[in-house]
Design a protein around this ligand. Sequence first.
Ligand code: NAD
Length: 287
Amino acid sequence: MPATIIDGNAVAAALRDEVAAQVASLDRPPGLATLLVGDDPASQIYVRNKRRRCVEAGIADLHRHLPADVTQAQVAATISELNDDPAVTGILLQLPLPAHLRAHDLLALIDPDKDVDGLTEASAGRLALGTPGLRPCTPAGVIRLLDHAGVELAGRHAVVVGRSNLVGKPMARLLLERDATVTVCHRHTADLAAITRTADVVVAAAGVPRLLGRDAVGPGAAVIDVGIHRTPHGLCGDVDTAAVAEVAGFVTPVPGGVGPMTIAMLLWNTLVAARVTSVRAQTGTTH
Ligand code: NAD
């Protein structure tokens, strides 16, 4: 029987509606500061989409744009200003930055309670230790999709293909947090397909077009495709979706799978961060 296609557009739309409803019930709206440095065309599109979705959800758009030749100190000062601004409840530093800037050092300056991308060392540490914190949007969105599809995670074998700080590593930790037995594969893994074939859940985040074919998936597995590639024939992911759908239980399409969840989770994180900073303001706690 062909796999069930998990509709990421629908799950993301429902999550955005939920965020909008909860934002409407707050005394003051959350505020997201997207910080864009320079004029990278792809980054401009990503940031524009994030800002549009924020406004639709009732989140204040507190965007900042700095010129490409800005200094490290100037970006650092802007982040510090945003950290101190009570109207700003979430900060997102859009990557990549111009080559002369040290992204790692700048990310480290973001107040962890405002780190809506969940990518700072502090957020990664919280995730690694299993303490409350803001989780990276893409892997958190994958968990939402699996939950929506009713895929059991506890005690199941989950294989994550990719070990980046952005997707693979936090994905593995989130699956561990949900009591899955997790295997992480990467570019040095020998016989990838032999490993992914044994999985109940496969998350493909290798950045290689159609890396996983029919032979790489076991019967009934849930296959989540994080990859996104522009080809002359349109967009595709890390999974050969049509072939894999013949054996898998669930697959996500590209486009319309994980992609829309990433922005929806950003809105969710902005809502969560606003709640945390509001409690902090009431109790006078600081970081
Ligand atoms: P990355 O290049 O930083 O990491 C890729 C990882 O895959 C590495 O750990 C590498 O070891 C592993 N890998 C590469 N080739 C492999 C192979 N042949 N076999 C096994 N492992 C292999 O990429 P990333 O930032 O983690 O992104 C991965 C993919 O997900 C990209 O296509 C990216 O565009 C996409 N992405 C999508 C979203 C979204 O919202 N849909 C968000 C982030 C990333």
